[in-house]
Design a protein around this ligand. Structure first.
Ligand SMILES: [Zn+2]
Length: 298
């Protein structure tokens, strides 16, 4: 992907291909972006550029429009989400006020307002982290214990949002909150009872943290199964966001909302190409080319 990053991104941006893909062929669709903890300066720049190209709408408006087809949403709309609920998100509040933009933050409800950390922030080794995502949940927890991390471990520095910060964000009227499980396991690797607990309890805990109904869920790592969708519906959520590639139309399943992962810092042209969906488009293209090559034996 370094090839795309170094050579294609600026070219794509200036050639207008990414613009063309998103703004003509897909103009009636809604993009949902996923950030984690963007730097305030980068986020400010990103919002300025997005506002020139898109209509930024609250995620809740898209969800309402899927339920009630008479609700119209603007052309070229985009909704902004942030996963995990890192304490740094509070620094974005002045930026949101400056641009009058609404975002949705997905809280890891069981770790929010504590001195604990999600497991993937404790593990630095990328390869190990990747392999942990593939393990069954109990094997993952045992491997983490051997590594020196336990779920209820308390750290000196707080990295997750606390109740007070959540309250001030909520009072701004520019931040909505959803749930992102209790402890951020990879749901399809969990037993039925663990998955049910993580999905159901995180809704209740998010409501206690925000003093507001929690109606939307975010699947950790974008991974879900049919069972997990069933649990979300039973728990009373109205919608769930994934990391399935693409844009959302009036006919998109509200429990399989498509989302695009974007960087929290770095080059703004690369950010815009990723936000346009062109990046994902070329990734799919590259994958297809590889498959074709394998088939043809080259
Ligand atoms: Zn997450």
């Amino acid at each position: 992907m370094a090839f795309f990053s170094n050579l294609l991104s600026p070219g794509l941006r200036y050639s207008g291909l990414s613009w063309a893909l998103r703004h003509t062929l897909q103009k009636n669709k809604t993009t949902i972006l996923m950030f984690h903890q963007p730097e305030a300066v980068f986020f400010d720049k990103a919002l300025s550029e997005l506002k020139k190209r898109y209509n930024i709408i609250p995620l809740s408006l898209l969800i309402k429009s899927l339920k009630n087809k008479t609700i119209k949403i603007p052309e070229r709309s985009i909704a902004i989400t942030l996963d995990d609920g890192r304490a740094e998100n509070l620094r974005l509040l002045p930026v949101l006020e400056k641009h009058n933009v609404t975002v949705t933050i997905f809280l890891i409800s069981g770790i929010t307002d504590t001195m604990q950390r999600p497991w993937f922030y404790a593990v630095k080794d990328r390869q190990f982290k990747k392999s942990l995502k593939e393990m069954s949940d109990s094997v993952r927890l045992a491997a983490l214990k051997r590594y020196g991390y336990e779920q209820d471990q308390v750290f000196e520095e707080r990295i997750m949002l606390n109740k007070k910060e959540i309250q001030s964000m909520k009072e701004s009227g520019l931040v909505g909150f959803g749930a992102h499980t209790m402890t951020h396991p990879i749901l399809p690797r969990c037993s039925d009872s663990k998955a049910a607990k993580e999905i159901q309890l995180s809704k209740i805990a998010a409501e206690a943290l925000t003093h507001h109904p929690c109606s939307v869920f975010s699947f950790p790592n974008g991974e879900y199964s049919e069972r997990d969708i069933r649990i979300c519906k039973k728990a009373g959520y109205e919608a769930a966001v994934t990391l399935d590639t693409g844009f959302n139309s009036k006919n998109t399943d509200p429990f399989r909302l498509k989302r695009i992962s974007v960087p929290d810092s770095g080059n703004i042209s690369e950010f815009l190409v990723k936000a346009s969906g062109a990046w994902a488009f070329f990734k799919v293209l590259a994958g297809k080319q590889k498959r074709t090559r394998r088939h043809s034996g080259l």
